[in-house]
Write a protein that binds this ligand. Structure first.
Ligand code: MRU
Length: 338
């Protein structure tokens, strides 16, 4: 087993020929159970309920959802695709994968090949981004947010892939992960991946981030993305924006790691990105147990937009964009390019 493989042992999305098997991320880290989806509607529900989550993994699952629809009832393919498209609004990988599948038509065997290609290309992109991102690091500590690892992708991860590569190359000595309230992707999922894959990690409360930065223990903040607009503005898990502001204040570097399937050149800037609002109940309790007085209300946006001006580098499998802006994005992602 290579040094890198030793730090990359988890896979969450498995195609079984007649069903899609998803590691149920609602139950991690204490239960490793799989849910089988046998129709596009079941896949859409799994995406909505966060059984599968993370921008690339949502796209991959949706692609397999189209395959299930073609196998079950080719005449209902368009309706199934619409249902999948509506499952979550912010991560553009979902729409990107469905557009790709729609371009194939209705032949089930061809759709299987395309879904497999989407999954395989994602893993390859993550490995490449791992190398490119790790090359920017120069030792020390990093802070990450949410979960961008094997659970959120075909495997290896985006920001967590850079962390895997950086650690394997001796360029990271300590990882800090924010809890990521309210759904606790950092606490439940990122810590699970890092502990299991033997990468030294410490959990922090989201509210400890600025204090950590001032201590000098981290040199880079490394995050993923759900949608990168044409000017480099980046939507990612709620809390990312305040990390970028704090990083700039403390003179730390801020890296976004995402495959080209997360780039949306049709969205002019961050203000045009649809930010998902989820059920306030997610904020009014922890682990199903209510923590807030009855009668209280809550506001639960689950993504925010970090302006390009606060981002030092966007790492994609096509290359690294330093100091992203409209011009630099256009150079790498103009239609027809790549
Ligand atoms: O609500 P989630 O868990 O799907 O949000 C996930 C994130 O915000 C990730 O940072 C993003 O999708 C990148 S995953 C490689």
């Amino acid at each position: 087993m290579s040094e890198l493989d030793r730090h990359d042992t988890i896979r969450a999305v498995h195609w079984r020929g007649d069903r899609l098997s998803l590691l149920d991320q609602r139950r991690l880290p204490f239960e490793e159970t799989f849910i089988d989806c046998r129709s596009a509607a079941e896949v859409a529900q799994a995406i909505k309920d966060l059984v599968v989550r993370g921008a690339p993994a949502i796209g991959i699952a949706a692609a397999w959802g189209v395959v299930l629809a073609a196998q079950n009832d080719p005449l209902a393919l368009d309706q199934a695709t619409r249902t999948l498209r509506a499952s979550r609004p912010t991560a553009v990988n979902l729409m990107w994968a469905l557009d790709r599948m729609q371009g194939i038509g209705s032949d089930a065997a061809a759709l299987v090949r395309e879904a497999q290609a989407i999954q395989d290309e994602d893993l390859a992109a993550n490995r490449r981004m791992g190398e490119l991102g790790a090359a920017l690091l120069d030792g020390g500590g990093v802070l990450t947010h949410c979960n961008t690892g094997s659970l959120a992708t075909a495997g290896f991860g985006t920001a967590l892939g850079v962390i895997r590569s950086g650690y394997a190359a001796g360029k990271i000595s300590q990882v800090y992960a924010g809890e990521t309230r309210p759904w606790l992707q950092g606490a439940r999922l990122t810590m699970y991946e890092l502990v299991r894959d033997a990468i030294p990690a410490k959990l922090i409360a989201d509210s400890a981030a600025a204090h950590l930065m001032r201590s000098g223990a981290v040199q880079w903040v490394i995050v993923g993305a759900d949608r990168i607009a044409a000017n480099g503005d980046t939507a990612n898990k709620i809390g990312t924006y305040q990390l970028a502001i704090a990083a700039r204040h403390h003179g730390l570097k801020f890296m976004v790691v995402a495959p080209s399937s997360t780039v949306d050149m049709a969205t002019v800037d961050g203000s045009a990105i649809d930010i998902e609002l989820r059920d306030p109940q997610e904020l009014l309790g922890i682990g199903g147990r209510r923590t807030v007085v009855d009668g209280a209300q809550a506001w639960n946006p689950v993504f925010d937009v970090t302006p390009a001006s606060l981002i030092d580098a966007i790492v994609t499998e096509r290359g690294v964009i330093h100091h992203p802006d409209r011009h630099a994005m256009q150079a790498l992602f103009a239609p027809g390019h790549g």
